[in-house]
Design a protein around this ligand. Structure first.
Ligand SMILES: [Cu+2]
Length: 136
């Protein structure tokens, strides 16, 4: 019985966490690029706001931070035709690269795919989510 209660508590906690959102929306994103991950790999931003992206590539190879348009995906491999579905991207971030860029968050709330276009990196797990939430 105790075990069941515990499980219920865990489920409730998870439920509340996902309900309370994805974490509060923020206009400053700090992301570390490694071989082959975005850390963190989930970002929540307010729609239409200017977002500052602080990028740090601590990996050994070139990485990218590319946001795909809503409802699109680069699939398992980023190909030339995926270019048309890019919402915004910071491309060819060199190893050791550590800088800030800004972009405007999409107006439409939803979950946007974030990927690294370097060959093989999506398949290796270099995928993230940009969650856009409606402003107040
Ligand atoms: Cu990469």
């Amino acid at each position: 019985m105790k075990r069941v209660l515990c499980l219920v508590a865990i489920v409730l906690t998870i439920g509340l966490t996902s309900c309370g959102g994805e974490g509060d929306p923020t206009t400053t994103l700090n992301v570390t690029l490694t071989d082959f991950q975005f850390t963190p790999n989930r970002f929540t931003v307010p729609a239409g706001e200017e977002i500052t992206l602080n990028v740090n590539n601590t990996g050994a190879v070139v990485h990218n931070f590319i946001i795909m348009k809503l409802g699109t995906t680069a699939g398992a491999t980023y190909e030339d035709e995926d270019e048309a579905n890019v919402y915004w991207g910071e491309k060819d971030i060199q190893p050791g690269g550590d800088f800030s860029v800004t972009f405007t968050a999409p107006m439409e709330p939803g979950e946007y795919e974030v990927i690294c276009r370097t060959e093989g990196h999506i398949a290796s797990g270099m995928v993230g989510k940009l969650v856009v939430v409606a402003g107040e």
